[in-house]
Design a protein around this ligand. Sequence first.
Ligand code: BGC
Length: 758
Amino acid sequence: MNDIQSLIAQMTLEEKAALCTGASAWTSTPVERLGIPEMTVSDGPHGVRRVEDVHSLAMQSLPATCFPTASALASTWDADLLREMGTALAEEAIALNVDVLLGPGNNMKRSPLGGRNFEYFSEDPYLAGELAVGLIDGIQSKGIGTSLKHFAANNQEFQRFSINAEVDERTLREIYLPAFEKAVKKAKPWTVMCAYNKLNDEYCSENHYLLTDILKKEWGFEGLVVSDWGAVHDRVAALKAGLDWEMPGPQDWRVKSVVKAVRAGELDEAILDESVRCILGVVFKAQQTPKGGTFDVEAHHELARRVASEGMVLLKNNGLLPLKDHQHIAVIGRAAESAHFQGGGSSHINPTRVAVPFKELQAQAGNAELTYAEGYPVDNTFSQELIDQAVTLAHAADVAVLYIALPSYKESEGYDRTDLDLTEQQVALIQAVAKVQPKTVVVLNNGAPVAMSAWIDNVTAILEAWMMGQAGGAAITDVLFGKVNPSGKLAETYPLKLSDTPAYLNWPGAAGEVRYGEGLFIGYRYYDAKGIPVLFPFGYGLSYTTFAYSNPKVSATRFKDVDGLTVTVDVTNTGKVAGKEIVQVYVHDHKSELVRPEKELKGFTKVELEPGETKTVSIQLDFSAFAYYHPKYKQWITEDGEFDLLIAASATDIRHTLTVTLESSLCLPCLLDKESTIREWTVDPRGSVVITPILQKMGETSRQTFGGDGGSEGMGMDIMEMFLDMPLLSVLLFQQSTLPVPADEMVDGLLTKVHDKN
Ligand code: BGC
């Protein structure tokens, strides 16, 4: 630390300004005379995309293991597995001379149309936060840095460089920030990458509230904030907002603008020094990990295979899977020969090798006879001929396995999806094959939900294999033949149709703005609130075995929020094969001042069980499991009252409900003011003491004035009910003739009383 301070003292203004912008697309600016080395960063997130020459604009990257993308990782619900994968990523970064890996991405899946959803974990901030912590921990445990991205509200590709995301404070705090907050606080990523877009009228790169007030001050982030590539508009404004490092470089004029601003007294040099301090902290930390050597290509490929199989989600199975050998399997679909295992854009990895699904099937199929038909063309043309060939093959076989990959023109970084559909040819292919072959399995490769209503009832089994990484072809086979019992569960809801989705009316925005009009209600929070049926719920996934839940318990039925609770439940494998179950705990608040989602995920665990085996799983719930963000108090609050703890196998498969009573430890400030309504006065404990006698008196007066009993039926309405949502002052103004003092004086007097009691 002292060394860094003394280095800063020795640096010229020009050197400091230069350090705050990259020297190339992937490297920081070294200062040789002071021994400040260069630092190299690379994408990320599910593999190391180390371009051969980091100082050139060449795009060709060195071979590295392509692990499954975030949608698949999230479906494992296994932070420990992600930790393990993180260590492998770090080993590759070390071998490839990379100091910081640009990932993970941790934006929320606001709409299934988001082109980059394959790179993000979930629609749920709790799950996304836990998984990001696992991955970051794993990578950083080996001395390689991470870059948590894209901070924040970068939830679409449409106009991603400029769109203004309008998000209200509570929605930001409860939905779009918590996964970042958890990762920053628990895993301490070395760097955070700010998003391209604007958030509430300011570019994230110039957003002081986001980068300094929240990230650095509130959450205590100690690393450096890097811009997304090309996200800086005004370098000086960005520095003032807390954006330490601009990428990519070189940007000589930016450096000059910083020097000029300091000299002109427009930028306090202390601000520049602070960014230099943050950058040097990471540059020197990176130095502590010697680079070079090799990595174990084979072992990492095997790990990628295991991760892929853990993330695959069995969506439907009418008893056909696992497949048996000794039969004729028609393998249909281009994706069987040409594996679709990653998405397009900055995360695109040059894999060390690729498991071809068809070959992997051949390798494990024993005595089965395999035949292959392409099924659909590489482009968006329609070919009846390919469908006819596939039908002939399927008809002659005992089983048809269709490998269907969503083409990259429909899903990639850089553009959003316009629908949830497979291609017309793919839908026609599935329908035609299923017509002649009653035993049809569909294996899907995609990064986000697709609509299935046109064909789901015609097929026997569906395996969601995601963008499964380079070893995914083998992982599919492992699952199809039962070598691996599928245990993945969805980290995002599969809607029935696009118009059912939460952001449908506010997507993707226009005239430079996108309004997050659905507020807190994304994913299952929305479907719950509106009672909209879905294709597959959040948290859903089948297994080749079954699980029973019994003996649910909670550590206390009445508890203090700060003490939290422990929920336990026995899970038994009631089937014939070993398997893993993901147990979820959602919390439902009976009553709250502000509207809350019907239920929210607040804990989960994955448990492995032999047939007949029972294990007790235990899930901790802390203060945050019960709290919500109150924009008026500007903090997370709890309220006294009852909560249901829902022990569930998915968001719609609730196995047990336990009811507990929470006692809040908070002593919240009184928020009553001149505009507060009668209802607000009565709800506030201090307000109700002073307002109750006044209300009683008002009741009597209105009875005398308007007649009626207890209300004021003389006007055909209950006057007291009407008063409830009027400001106290306005109500008193109607009663002025009966008051001893002017109405405002009276309200001022009452306000003094309640605020004195704070
Ligand atoms: C992407 C980032 C990526 C960066 C560097 C940007 O366009 O949004 O996720 O890390 O490029 O490739």
